[in-house]
Design a protein around this ligand. Structure first.
Ligand SMILES: Nc1ncnc2c1ncn2[C@@H]1O[C@H](COP(=O)(O)OP(=O)(O)O)[C@@H](O)[C@H]1O
Ligand SMILES: [Mg+2]
Length: 349
């Protein structure tokens, strides 16, 4: 089947001023012709099929947003070409708008002072959505999220999570074949992240929408993406299934435990004693498994690879022996996965 998005040898360069230091420098800069070229995206190619959810990952400044801006038609490539659903996005921006939905995390596209439903009504008119399709879509939405709690609230009164939820609903409203989500879960708590993931998953399934997702959270990727594309310094370094990636990074979770009531009162020595003691306990219980223990922010951190030990078992073992006052589990970030790819220098193409 013909891919819905084709990115062919796309490069994007920005001309930026070489900044001088200090006040004298900034005055000088006003008249300066001293430019340098930043290559934000460097000869990237990929084909994306209808209905795929692709995780587009990379460290900060790798060129993810720039790629998305070219795919959505906001920026024109310096060289190479893009076709999205038969349209060259940066040449036919209006036509392309019908083909895509976009969410840039933390930057809402909704009207601040209006209740969400009124923003939706405006979008319906802008995108020329038929009455029946609109009604059906709102009905589908109400089976997926608690619409009553958000629809009549002005966007400015919403929590970040509610706003993101509305932004995502808005981006799917005209049933575009492709939706771009740039860092949609940034700043959200665990429960809200789970809600957003579930929503995107259901919408993708229901409408067979192609989704391009950038994120720093490996949990998003785990929950949603079958395919991962990684770029670094503008270059594509990885394009493969999530299974291949999991083979590289394992299934790591960091378990942080606070073993005293007021974590401030523990001295450095006491913390170090605990670190050793926890480390010994884990070695006794799982002699064949390497579980690095460290001190971070006055807490004991245990790096658990769930391919070998369930995190719940580790929690139980720690709780059996110590009084635990607080604990939390964090997912490995996409950055650490990318670092691991470099460390292993096993780049699977
Ligand atoms: N409008 C711009 N002008 C100049 N440089 C830019 C512009 N947009 C992005 N860049 C540069 O391009 C590189 C990639 O940025 P970006 O695509 O935002 O990365 P990411 O989204 O992966 O964090 C960075 O070095 C950034 O500073
Ligand atoms: Mg970005």
């Amino acid at each position: 089947m013909e891919p819905i998005i084709q990115v062919n040898n796309v490069t994007k360069e920005f001309k930026v001023l070489n900044r001088s230091e200090g006040l004298k420098g900034s005055i000088k800069d006003l008249f300066s012709h001293d430019y340098k070229i930043v290559r934000a995206v460097d000869n990237v190619s990929m084909d994306i099929g209808q209905g795929e959810i692709v995780g587009y990952l990379g460290p900060n400044g790798a060129g993810k947003s720039t790629t998305i801006k070219m795919m959505t038609g906001v920026l024109k490539p310096t060289s190479g070409s893009i076709i999205c659903n038969g349209v060259v996005p940066y040449d036919k921006r209006t036509l392309n708008a019908q083909n895509i939905g976009v969410v840039f995390g933390q930057r809402s596209q909704l009207w601040w002072a209006l209740p969400a439903i009124e923003s939706f009504n405006i979008l319906k008119d802008i995108y020329l959505v038929e009455d029946k399709d609109y009604k059906d879509m709102l009905e589908l939405y109400s089976t997926l999220v608690d619409m009553d709690s958000i629809m009549h609230k002005p966007v400015r009164q919403m929590s970040l999570g509610q706003r993101t939820l509305c932004d995502i609903l808005a981006s799917f409203l005209h049933n575009p074949p492709v939706v771009f989500l740039d860092e949609p879960t940034i700043g959200l708590d665990v429960a809200m992240k789970a809600k957003i993931r579930e929503l995107v998953k259901m919408l993708n399934k229901e409408k067979n929408t192609t989704v391009i997702l950038t994120t720093h959270d490996m949990g998003d990727v785990d929950a949603l993406c079958e395919r991962i594309v990684i770029i670094d310094k503008g270059k594509k370094i990885y394009d493969n299934d999530i299974e291949h990636l999991t083979g590289l990074f394992g299934a790591y979770r960091t378990l942080s435990v606070s073993l005293s009531k007021n974590k401030e009162i523990l001295t450095k020595e006491e913390l170090e004693q605990m670190e050793t003691s926890v480390s010994n306990l884990l070695r006794e219980q799982w002699p064949d498994v390497d579980m690095p223990v460290s001190i971070e922010d006055n807490e004991i951190q245990i790096l658990v690879n769930e391919a070998f030990t369930g995190v719940v078992k580790v929690i139980n073992a720690v709780q059996d022996k110590y009084k635990v006052y607080d604990m939390h589990i964090t997912e490995i970030s996409t950055e650490s996965v990318i670092r691991k790819i470099y460390d292993g220098s096993k780049i699977v193409k």
